[in-house]
Design a protein around this ligand. Structure first.
Ligand SMILES: Cc1ncc(COP(=O)(O)O)c(C=O)c1O
Length: 376
């Protein structure tokens, strides 16, 4: 199997640990192990006694029980735990797809959501988010993308990088469509529980039936990327068993300390999510003001959920802009070309506490740059 380089990961590898302001991170502000342990009395002592042998391949039963409680209809045996969400994506594709199968993928997207399928030899059709429709997806377009060889539809809601959230009625229709056509729905829900308005939260795909797989992770909404704990929830027993048996060839089982900490985090996930949502909401106010002040330079659609937005630069070339900005001002933005988007968009991260300082630095840069310093 041939996999092309993961553009976004290669980009971050260059800048993530040597740049002062990461203004394009997808994850929320993290905490220390000490902060997490302090969320429950007695947790620090228990953590000292975590046994460092191999762990259960499917994930510890108590962690799976905690995760299954996030959904309406699942049992612990419907949950399979991985080292991050990325391992789950990889193994889902390996288990569900074969050469010449066709899949339809919400686009633009996190590259793994199509790249692994391409590596297997599948045909991939993008189901395009339309900026003119506030990054919405059109169900009629989906119907036109169908082929006899279509096996799966892959969506990411809330969406990386636009923060789009589908209306409930469309998500109901999508699930019905997948069921009626005998397909699989892989629903990447790693930004779930970060909706700005609770009324917008979609049901998890797994709760619609065995045609669906829901993907979750501790990294994003809960800000615990360093745990590297992700999971799928599905009632599709055949698929579950295929994926779990492939895991023997990747990580076999998860890190014992991470499973302990992930279970603690999932028990306290509402508190972790609320804290990060507060950071995002404060940052959104800063960004609304910034975009209002700089409306001749940028356009953007305010996201509905998650820790990202996808504004557009109206002057110059986005790659040159990002490159110059990081070199001169130490502020990292992610050009849309990392998602194969060529319309001058860039990813803006909303989940980090230092966003106001980063935006100040960005505005200083704009005011001193001859290209961007125009009368507003
Ligand atoms: C949509 C989406 N899915 C999956 C992942 C992978 O998550 P993790 O890095 O925690 O494995 C990411 C990470 O950025 C993502 O944005």
């Amino acid at each position: 199997m041939q996999l092309s380089p993961f553009k976004l990961e290669r980009f971050f590898a260059k800048y993530e640990f040597n740049t002062e302001f990461l203004l394009c991170s997808s994850d929320c502000e993290s905490v220390s192990i000490a902060d997490l342990l302090a969320m429950e009395e007695g947790a620090a002592g228990k953590f000292q006694n975590v046994w460092l042998g191999y762990t259960e391949s499917l994930g510890s039963p108590t962690l799976r029980k905690e995760i299954s409680g996030m959904y309406s209809t699942t049992q612990p045996e419907d949950v399979l735990v991985f080292t991050g969400a990325n391992e789950a994506i990889y193994l889902f594709m390996m288990a569900a797809l074969k050469e010449n199968d066709h899949i339809i993928v919400h686009a633009p997207h996190y590259q793994a959501l199509s790249e692994v399928a391409k590596g297997i030899g599948c045909m991939v059709s993008p189901w395009r988010a339309r900026e003119e429709n506030a990054w919405g997806l059109d169900m009629d377009e989906l119907r036109h993308l169908m082929r006899p060889s279509t096996k799966a539809i892959i969506v990411n809601l809330p969406h990386n990088p636009t923060g789009y959230l589908m209306p409930r009625s469309d998500f109901d229709d999508l699930n019905k469509f997948v069921q009626e056509n005998g397909l699989l729905l892989f629903s990447d829900e790693v930004y779930r529980e970060s909706e700005y308005d609770l009324a917008d939260r979609l049901p998890a795909a797994v709760d619609y039936g065995p045609h669906a797989v829901s993907l979750g992770v501790t990294s994003k909404t809960y800000g615990l990327a360093g745990l590297r704990i992700g999971w799928i929830a599905t009632k599709n027993r055949d698929l579950y068993s295929k994926i779990s048996s492939l895991k023997d060839y990747t990580t076999i089982c998860n890190s014992a300390p991470s499973e302990f900490l992930a279970e603690l985090a999932m028990r306290n996930r509402t508190k972790l999510a609320e804290r990060n949502l507060q950071i995002i909401k404060n940052n959104l106010t800063v960004m609304d003001e910034f975009f209002a002040r700089n409306s001749s330079l940028f356009t953007w659609h305010r996201p509905k959920a998650g820790s990202m937005g996808f504004p557009k630069l109206l002057t110059g070339d986005i790659e040159t802009f990002c490159d110059d900005l990081v070199k001169k001002a130490g502020v990292l933005l992610l050009p849309g070309s990392m998602y194969d988007e060529t319309n001058n968009h860039f990813r803006l991260g909303l989940g980090r506490k230092n966003l106001p300082q980063a935006v100040e630095r960005l505005e200083d840069y704009l005011s001193t740059s001859s290209i961007y310093n125009r009368k507003k």
